[in-house]
Design a protein around this ligand. Structure first.
Ligand code: CAA
Length: 379
């Protein structure tokens, strides 16, 4: 990442985050992973550092450092643990539609809960029957006077069990498909909102992933973001922003896997010499670096487009797809280089392999990224 770090401020921030990751997260990550524990205390410490709002404007309590810097921080932190890092990145993603399309009052509410007070946020789009086809959401929001009544179930919601603020997509007019979807801000204490099943995942186990059940949840009409029917576009805009974040987190996982493989290949001797003397291993390491460095350029390019307020839909998807595929392959290769030890829980690379897999799925599968990219090409 060193080449992409340009300012002293970025260097200092990344050093700070590296120390935080290496002292507070890395030594415990394997235990948390084994127990499927989301380490809330450490996440709270990161929220106090403002890791969820590095690219939010200063006047709203953010650090105003831009999305490229936020991505660098996520990459660095994900070298210690991807699940913990996503608590911050997903809070950032959940805030995007509000900060982009919300009223001043809604922005202040979001800033107060998520940025100034350091709460977690959740982006609630996915439902049991609508994952890739997010326009097919079945959750309803029925207008009653000055309120809406929300009913339905969201699933696979990151941070869902601990979030203070939820950005929720629901249908205000089922006859209109994705044009009938609207976005709502729902606070944690709202009656009728309950946290359902917590998922037991093969990887990404330090991230809290839950089902959320909305039963006659009444929210004031002032909590609707934008106009009725604008929800799908708001959700897509959030994903445009969130996909470079996910790419950055995946890069961190891949980079850690590469570093573990390099270190091991220097100390593991077979046939009387370190295995890194074998061309087969050297070429694997070179391929791993090439995959990561090329994906890194794409992730930071997409983040720069966001910082320059330029369209990012296509580049965000390219970055997410390439970086997550790179991380997966690099983690697999790291396990291969460590051989039998790589497959054992005693070494960190099998966790990286399990963690890497989620990023080819979350925030749009890599097949959906190709739908987005080809859609943009043919527009
Ligand atoms: N920004 C703004 N508007 C957009 C947009 C964008 N990026 N993408 C599409 N739109 C608009 C289109 O312009 C179109 O508007 P008009 O009809 O007015 O022209 C409208 O939205 C519909 O667009 P499409 O016809 O392209 O929509 P579609 O139904 O074919 O779906 C899709 C497109 C790309 C498949 C989309 O549904 C998608 O991205 N699906 C994947 C969803 C996803 O990533 N889910 C993960 C959820 S979050 C998560 O992972 C968990 C977590 O906790 C973080």
């Amino acid at each position: 990442m060193a080449f992409h770090v340009h300012t002293e401020e970025q260097r200092e921030l990344i050093d700070l985050v590296r120390k935080f990751g290496e002292s507070e997260i890395r030594p415990h990550a394997a235990d948390w992973d084994k127990r499927g524990e989301c380490p809330l205390n450490v996440i709270r410490a990161g929220l106090e550092m403002g890791l969820q709002c590095l690219d939010q404007p200063e006047e709203y309590g953010g650090a105003g450092l831009g999305t490229k810097t936020a991505c660098m921080v996520f990459e660095e932190l994900a070298k210690s643990d991807a699940g913990v890092t996503c608590a911050f990145s997903v809070t950032g993603t959940a805030a995007v539609p509000v900060m982009k399309y919300g009223t001043e009052e809604q922005k202040q509410l979001c800033a107060d809960i998520l940025f100034r007070k350091g709460g977690l946020g959740s982006f609630c789009l996915t439902e049991p029957g609508s994952g890739s086809d997010s326009g097919a959401s079945r959750m309803t929001a029925v207008r009653q006077g000055d309120s809406y009544v929300l009913n339905g179930t969201k699933c696979f919601i990151t941070n869902g069990g601990y979030a203070e603020l939820y950005f929720v997509i629901a249908s205000t007019d089922r006859s209109k498909g994705n044009k009938g979807l609207s976005g709502f801000l729902v606070t944690r204490d709202t009656p009728g909102l309950t946290v359902g099943k917590e998922e037991d995942k093969c990887g990404f186990r330090t991230s809290n992933t839950v089902e959320l059940v909305f039963e006659d949840v009444v929210v004031p009409a002032s909590c609707r973001v934008g106009r009725e029917g604008d929800g799908f576009k708001q959700a897509m805009a959030a994903l445009d922003h969130g996909r470079p974040y996910i790419g950055a987190v995946a890069l961190g996982v891949g980079q850690r896997a590469l570093e573990e493989a390099i270190a091991y290949s220097k100390v593991r001797s077979q046939f009387g010499q370190p295995i890194c003397n074998n061309q087969a291993i050297r070429f694997m390491l070179a391929d791993m670096e090439m995959r990561l460095e090329s994906a890194r350029c794409l992730v930071y390019h997409a983040a720069e487009l966001i910082d320059q307020h330029l369209p990012v839909t296509m580049n965000g998807s390219i970055a997410k797809c390439c970086a997550t595929d790179a991380a997966m392959q690099v983690a697999l290769d790291a396990v291969q280089i460590l051989g039998g030890y790589g497959y054992m829980r005693e070494y960190p690379v099998e966790k990286l392999m399990r963690d890497a897999k989620i990023f080819q799925i979350v925030e749009g599968t890599n097949q959906i990224q190709r739908v987005v990219i080809s859609g943009q090409l043919l527009k």
